[in-house]
Design a protein around this ligand. Structure first.
Ligand SMILES: [Zn+2]
Ligand SMILES: [Zn+2]
Length: 84
């Protein structure tokens, strides 16, 4: 998706066709202003937040699941564990 398409679709953030020149990631970019969210990623950031910025549906958690005890992928939207 490019910025014009994103603006026409009325979305605030879009995943660009090209990597960011600063952080080198295909991270979410703001439709108005073109601000890249990938530039906000820090090494200490929560993996779920990073997944949100990258537009990924799943993330790999830092801690094992309290229900199944596995470090399995989790759904970004709900935090649902794939190992359960
Ligand atoms: Zn960036
Ligand atoms: Zn689990």
């Amino acid at each position: 998706m490019n910025r014009t398409q994103a603006r026409d679709a009325g979305v605030r953030w879009y995943i660009p066709d090209t990597v960011c020149r600063l952080c080198g990631l295909y991270a979410l970019r703001r439709t108005h202003g073109g601000k890249c969210r990938g530039c906000d990623i820090t090494p200490n950031m929560d993996p779920r937040e990073v997944a949100v910025i990258m537009g990924a549906p799943w993330y790999f958690p830092l801690n094992a699941c309290t229900s199944c005890g596995k470090k399995a992928l989790r759904l970004v939207k709900t935090g649902k564990c794939l190992g359960c």
